[in-house]
Design a protein around this ligand. Structure first.
Ligand SMILES: Nc1ncnc2c1ncn2[C@@H]1O[C@H](COP(=O)(O)OP(=O)(O)O)[C@@H](O)[C@H]1O
Ligand SMILES: [Mg+2]
Length: 455
């Protein structure tokens, strides 16, 4: 099984509009502070979320799942994300939407399976022989191209590494020069090179350089203490899906037709049931040997009423598996038919799955809460607005939904800018509200003007 070359396949998360949320914002007794960690109000749901975090940490959630139920824009996604954040930065959070399973290319349950495996993390600890230190020199050794070309080829690279104890100069293979370039290593960085594989990892910038004006996102680390050449415990976080991907063999040869076949076919089909079973076996062995530790993450399925009976059956079974993540479902539906059946059920979820769920309800916000959330969001987006504008946003939010009024923030800023102001005023908000319709408004207009539309 390949582990060293595993690349993370974590998707760009759909959480940009939740970037102000840092956690559940609970105090030591587990009670919700009115406004904390970016969350405002919704106290009961947040406190319930806190208990869920406790249950997960004490490993008492097996075979169960959570359902967040409430009207649109009441913070279901926000709270799911906050729960994941409370579990720690290394815990994978994998969001998906129920309707994602309907693809003509791949089986529904296959998509669910893939997302399950994306949300199960594995932390692998290995002791490896490495060279580690602050880079003092990178000099590639070049030679005239022996085939008569005009270019030069790199034959080896000389690296100088410094620790608190001493300095060492290494002459390394040219492939290592490539990985040094890929990691964007420069002089003054702390790196380590794995002796067995030649993998180069950039740890950060030496804190000896910390006073210099540098990139904001830079992480400064102290210069390593021991020898340059040593044994080091290396921790790598991957998900089961990363392992599946890295071990799936690309099919076919190099001829044109099979290459086209590889382009047309989504990669997913290459991961077989057999491969997964094989990987599970190895993973379990690693866990038994203490090399790896399982880190169950959070699988968040939004709009869960979009799943059909086949998917629900699969979910029920998957929750039983020892390799299962924490599953959080969300829906804004009341009593509705279960897809793929004629049966009516609460939230469109079959009874046997409902029985396994801890249900957390989210409630609509008060005017004051909406105003406060908008203010937090505006500062997260770097917008400034007048008092009356904020109040008007609150008013619109209380008449429509929080989601809608959040979406008016950027248009209002653009309108203000067009009028040569950098502060949003009430007029800008009103204008944005006239340009973009709320769902209910739009439905009302359609009803009134039904004769003008094709139906
Ligand atoms: N209690 C809250 N405090 C701060 N921001 C919130 C809160 N509830 C919702 N939001 C924000 O409002 C927006 C809509 O909420 P969202 O979680 O998407 O609602 P839902 O998933 O219930 O439809 C998001 O940008 C979310 O981050
Ligand atoms: Mg949502």
């Amino acid at each position: 099984m390949k582990i060293e070359e595993v690349k993370s396949t974590t998707r760009q998360q759909r959480i940009a509009s939740h970037s102000h949320i840092k956690g559940l914002g609970l105090n030591e007794e587990g009670l919700a502070d009115r406004s904390s960690s970016g969350l405002v109000g919704q106290d009961a749901a947040r406190e319930a979320g806190g208990i869920v975090v406790e249950l997960i940490k004490s490993k008492k959630m097996a075979g169960r799942a959570i359902l967040l139920a409430g009207p649109p824009g009441t913070g279901k996604t926000a709270i799911a994300l906050a729960i994941a954040q409370e579990l720690g930065p290394r815990v994978p959070f994998c969001p998906m939407v129920g309707s994602e399973v309907y693809s003509s290319e791949v089986k529904k349950t296959e998509i669910l399976m893939e997302n399950f495996r994306r949300s199960i993390g594995l932390r692998i600890k290995e002791t490896k022989e490495v060279w580690e230190g602050e880079v003092t020199e990178i000099s590639p050794q070049e030679q005239e191209d022996q085939y008569g070309g005009s270019g030069k080829t790199v034959t080896s690279v000389i690296i100088g590494l410094k620790t608190a104890k001493g300095t060492k100069q290494l002459r390394l293979d040219p492939t290592i020069f490539e990985s040094i370039q890929k990691e964007k290593v420069s002089i003054g960085d702390i790196i380590y090179i794995e002796a067995s594989s030649g993998n180069v990892k950039r740890v950060g910038r030496s804190d000896a350089y910390a006073t210099e004006f540098d990139l904001e996102a830079e992480e400064y680390v102290p210069i390593p203490k021991g020898d340059v050449h040593k044994k080091k415990e290396i921790i790598q976080d991957v998900t089961l899906h990363d392992l599946d991907m890295a071990n799936a063999k690309p099919q076919g040869g190099k001829d044109f037709l099979s290459m086209m076949g590889q382009i047309m076919k989504p990669k997913k089909t290459e991961i077989t049931e057999k491969l997964r079973a094989e990987i599970n076996k190895v993973v379990n062995r690693y866990i038994d040997q203490g090399i790896a530790e399982l880190v169950p993450g959070v699988l968040f399925i939004d709009e869960v009423h979009m799943l059909d009976i086949e998917c629900f059956t699969y979910l029920n079974r998957a929750l039983e598996s020892p390799l299962s993540p924490i599953v959080i479902l969300a829906t804004n539906r009341g009593i509705t038919t279960i897809r793929g059946t004629e049966i009516q059920a609460p939230h469109g979820i079959p009874q046997d799955l409902l029985d396994r769920l801890l249900i957390i309800r989210t409630m609509p916000y008060s005017l004051a809460e909406i105003v406060e959330i908008i203010a937090i969001r505006a500062s997260a987006e770097g917008l400034s607005m007048e008092e009356e504008a904020l109040a008007h946003f609150g008013y619109i939010g209380s008449q429509t939904t929080l989601r809608y009024v959040m979406q008016l923030l950027t248009p209002s800023r653009i309108i203000a800018e067009t009028n040569g102001r950098d502060k949003i005023c009430q007029g800008d908000v009103e204008e944005a509200g006239k340009l973009f319709f709320h769902g209910k408004q739009s439905a009302q207009i359609l009803r009134e003007q039904a004769d003008q539309y094709i139906s």
